[in-house]
Design a binder for this molecule. Structure first.
Ligand SMILES: Nc1ncnc2c1ncn2[C@@H]1O[C@H](COP(=O)(O)OP(=O)(O)O)[C@@H](O)[C@H]1O
Ligand SMILES: [Mg+2]
Length: 500
């Protein structure tokens, strides 16, 4: 079965696909100003994946209750349920793999936050046997995970933020794949946004949001200016489940009605009114106003018992991706190591921007499902440089000594770190010193002259000592570690190992 869902058209008019299996192993962040089409996008995503995977929608405005009729989602009305009921509904929904819309319309802000927190915690805390993959969609996520103090009481805010953090940072192992949408990145808690590796960015006006979007996407701020000019319904997608390079996508049509759209102008009742206007307003027994379809539906909300019964009877989604593997820390580290090694083997790797390499690395980790807490840019860069140095002289070396080299490299200025590792590796492996060209290539330069200048700096700093042996071969010593590179023709060196 294909696990790709179609969310619209790319700029080249080909279908824009999201890899559902990959999405379940990662997460998605949608950003766009109010009216940019986020809820429409979420609806498209929900509709296209409804038959394939279980879904839970945290729906602050009751926009998504219309999914029920067409796709069988069970609507849970927060206003009709106690906290205990919400918690057990969440557990049952998980156990029975039934899709649910948690409708938070009509409860005050405090209660919205609490209900969302209780529900998310219910999903999170279910026993291991029920860690089936599911999409957890949160619209207007900045309400539940605000960057700074919001209107709600501190207590409610803390609960909601903790639940959202769990969802985004620790949910993956439990099969929970967060898909969150927000109007303003700057209003969303940073840790919640940072865990997403897939992005769909819609129209954005404010500089501060643009800057954060650029930051998250690893784009230049200048490039991110394009978000200002996006049409409603157009998004730029990026990430392991969407595209490896930023891709513009026009979101396609949806099947279910959008309850959340802005109110349309309606003709005033005028002469058609059921009674004269003053009577309608002043008289106690005037006929009640006609309700909208949506309001009638909300009034007919079910009791919690009824909801639970429906959950147990509801059909299950057809497709369940395998839960993420349970890896030991050792296995994770080994798998990461393999990825880094495969990158280190590429001689040209230093010529690519580190941010690109890091993103590539994270993508590959996520494809292998290596968990949420992956190395940050700096740590990754260090690991890659160490691995590249090891690869340059792969023989077995004194581990303790090599460990000292790595520790020392940590204290060096950025530009010296990589060349130092290369030189020290040669020394530890008892090899001759690398050529200038080799050193330059190692730190991503084509200029041997730059390597010479850098060696000069390192010598001035006392980090290395350069000399030539009687045959004219360069020897580089590292006084602090009492090691040095070999002469070119070791056989001619009677002194044997170590310092001459
Ligand atoms: N791709 C699209 N195609 C057609 N109509 C759209 C599209 N995206 C948004 N709309 C319409 O634009 C309006 C605003 O979209 P909405 O998803 O509610 O925005 P947001 O959630 O970002 O505030 C809605 O009436 C919606 O139906
Ligand atoms: Mg919306």
């Amino acid at each position: 079965m294909s696990t790709h869902i179609d969310i619209g058209l790319t700029g080249a008019q080909s279908p824009a696909l999201i890899d559902l299996e990959e999405l379940l192993a990662t997460r998605l962040l949608v950003q766009g100003n109010s009216g940019s089409g986020k809820s429409h996008l979420l609806r498209r995503l929900l509709e296209q994946s409804a038959g394939l995977v279980q879904q839970v929608v945290i729906d602050p405005e009751g926009d998504f209750v219309t999914l029920a009729e067409r796709f069988g989602h069970v609507v849970v009305d927060a206003s009709q349920s106690t906290e205990a009921e919400l918690s057990s509904i969440a557990t049952r929904a998980r156990q029975h793999r039934v899709s649910v819309v948690l409708n938070l319309e009509g409860v005050d802000v405090d209660a919205q936050l609490k209900c969302a927190a209780i529900f998310l915690n219910g999903l999170f805390e279910v026993e291991r046997d029920f860690w089936f993959p599911m999409l957890v969609i949160v619209d207007e996520a900045q309400l539940f995970a605000p960057a700074a103090s919001a209107d709600a009481s501190d207590d409610a805010r803390r609960q909601a933020l903790a639940a959202m953090t769990n969802l985004m940072c620790r949910g993956r192992k439990r099969g929970l794949a967060g898909v969150i949408a927000t109007q303003r990145l700057a209003k969303l808690a940073k840790n919640v946004a940072a865990e997403a590796s897939n992005f769909l960015m819609g129209r954005t006006f404010l500089d501060i949001d643009m800057a954060r979007a650029a930051d998250l996407l690893g784009m230049e701020k200048r490039q991110a200016e394009m978000f200002r000019d996006l049409q409603r319904g157009a998004f730029v997608g990026l990430g392991p489940a969407i595209a490896r390079r930023p891709l513009t996508i026009a979101i396609g049509d949806v099947e279910t009605a959008d309850r959340g759209s802005a109110p349309k102008l309606l003709p005033l009742p005028g002469a058609k009114a059921e009674a004269p206007a003053h009577e309608l307003i002043f008289s106690a027994d005037a006929p009640p106003p006609k309700k909208t379809a949506a309001k009638r539906k909300a009034d007919a909300a079910e009791s919690s018992e009824h909801v639970m019964a429906r959950i147990e009877a509801a059909p299950k989604p057809a497709y369940v991706a395998a839960p993420a593997p349970d890896l030991t820390d050792e296995q994770r580290i080994q798998a990461m190591d393999d990825i880094i090694l495969s990158m280190a083997e590429d001689a040209q790797v230093a010529f690519r921007p580190v941010t690109d390499l890091h993103r590539d690395f994270l993508t590959r980790c996520r494809i292998k499902r290596l968990g949420a807490s992956l190395p940050d840019l700096r740590t990754f860069h260090k690991m890659l440089n160490v691995k590249r140095a090891e690869h340059s002289a792969p023989e077995k070396v004194d581990k303790k000594l090599w460990g000292k080299v790595i520790d020392l490299s940590d204290r060096l200025p950025d530009d010296m770190r990589a060349p130092f590792l290369l030189i020290a590796r040669a020394a530890v492996a008892e090899r001759p010193a690398p050529e200038d060209g080799e050193i330059a290539q190692f730190f991503g330069s084509h200029s041997p002259g730059r390597a010479r200048r850098l060696l000069g700096n390192m010598e001035e700093n006392g980090l290395i000592v350069l000399r030539t042996d009687f045959q004219g071969a360069r020897i580089i010593a590292i006084p602090e570690l009492e090691i040095e590179t070999k002469a070119l023709h070791p056989k001619l060196r009677k002194a044997g190992k170590g310092a001459a």
